[in-house]
Design a protein around this ligand. Sequence first.
Ligand SMILES: [Zn+2]
Ligand SMILES: [Zn+2]
Length: 417
Amino acid sequence: MKENFSRLRGFQDIFGEDLGYFELIEKTFRKYAKLYGFQEIKLPILERTELFVRGIGTSTDIVRKEMFTFEDRGGRSVTLRPEGTASVVRAFLENNLINLPQYSKIFYSGPMFRAERPQAGRLRQFHQLGVEWFGGDEPLIDFEVISMLNEILLELGLHDSTKIHINSVGCEICSPNYKEKLKTFFDENKEKFCDDCKDRREKNILRIFDCKNETCRVTLEKAPKTSENLCDTCKHHFDTLINLMTKSNINFEINPKLVRGLDYYTRNVFEVVFEGIGAQNAIAGGGRYNHLVEEFGGPYTPAFGFAMGVERTIIALKQKEIKLPEENSIAICTISENEIPKALEIAKITRGKGIITHILSYYGKISKQLKIADKLNVKYTIIIGEDEVKNNTVQIKNMLSGEQKSMKVEEITTLEI
Ligand SMILES: [Zn+2]
Ligand SMILES: [Zn+2]
């Protein structure tokens, strides 16, 4: 293939084993999203740039340097969505879903785009599965959403190597005071922080907790903690959630450095950390965002949600060596063209039984057909010749044991595949 047709950096083709894991993750997510009463919404991939700038916040890394933004033919600035929440909120308001109680709980899935430097677990096109719950500020909602995610992890087999990190980032009443305290702390330790952190101090001081620099991280150990600077309402909200979590069997810890990379969060935020992916070890994350609906012109509508990253979850499943469910199939081979009608008839029976069936007659010689059957890794090969058509039988070969025997056509339905 000519080089100028190759994939763009950070974009990938998903197939084979990875696709198997992808489908497993999505199937499990959908199952629980539906069991918890969420309704699906399919959203556009391209939106007006302003939606994300306003929704995610101008100080975030996403908006500052990671969006795929370009002008469309009409000269409008448009952006490939970097995350799902802003679009869900837009759809929620634009379609008046606010008046439909069944749409207070929404789930979505699909590709997201961020122009980051590609590395393991970080792609420019990646996939997210997410839920958003609108219209309640009760910690029970936060708990229900986290529990749902925990059930997904449990069913996927990731439960014992993941931990849910929880923190509260406060609200519009307590957060400004906290930020002032943090700025004072920063200024007292200014020489210990890197240049990026000095920039973060001006744009959004909370972002200093995202710094990977070792000296910055060590210095931050002594920084004032969000959870110790909450107003009474936020503190009660956080304590109630922690209380519910403690009574459940969910594996969690309070992480005072967890602030999440987006501006819209209020109160409880959380992240699912998989032990062993490396720096990019969060496979899901979310939190409360009580003012985003207002930000887009809607009424006060508190909300809570999360998104999980499919590709990072695939890495986790592979590291844990989680087995994919086997997908068995059979092949039908014919000695000559005369047996093709019989092959079609039998394929109808096996497919009707839900068995994946390959007719290999078009490969020509029977020896070639058998070679292909072997490569396809089928469980059984059915061979049909002149005699078989005459007697209404088939030759059936167990590809694992190599055992071959004659079988009546009507017995095919008893095959254990
Ligand atoms: Zn507060
Ligand atoms: Zn730093």
